[in-house]
Write a protein of this length. Sequence first.
Length: 175
Amino acid sequence: MNDLLLLAIILDGPKYGYQLKREAGWIAGQDNLHSNLVYPLLRKFLGQKWVTMKTVPGERGQTRRQYSLTAAGRQNLFERLNAFSEADAASESAFHLRVGIFPALQPQARETVLARRDAYLQKRGLKLEALEASIRVGKFGGEVVGYMRKQIDMERAWIRHLQRTTKALNRRRKR
C-alpha cells in the first residue's frame, strides 16, 4: 500500500525524498513515514525503472535527491490502482487512496471501487448484526458496535454521494 501511495504522490511531479516522507506521512496520519520504509521503496522503484532520480543542489549547499515518475512507473501505478480486489475493498487506506485520485482513474474502475467497498461495508454491517444477536455484548460492547454501525452507515452514504459525483464527472468529460 505504501508503494502505491509514494508513486501516487510523485504523479504530481518531481519530489525530494524528505518531501515524500512528509507528504506520505501526512496522508497516513503521521508526521513522516519512516526512512526505513520510504528509501528502500525508492530504491526498488529505481531498479524497476518506475522512477528516475537526479541530484540537485540544496538551499544550504547540500545535495538533494529528486525523484520523478517514468512512463513505466505511471503505467504500473494506474494498472494497480485500476485493479481493486476484495482485499482492497476491506482496506480503508486502499479505498481512500483510490478515491483521492479518482479523476485519474478510468470511469469503470471508479465504479468498481465504490461498488466493492459498498458491498464490503454491507457485509460488515450484517456481521455486526449477527454478532449482536448471537452474544450479549454488554453496555459498552453495545456502544462500540453501535458506533461501528454508524460509521458504516456514514461511509455508505458518502459512497452514494461519490457515485453521484463521479457520474456528473463522466457526463462532463463526454461533452
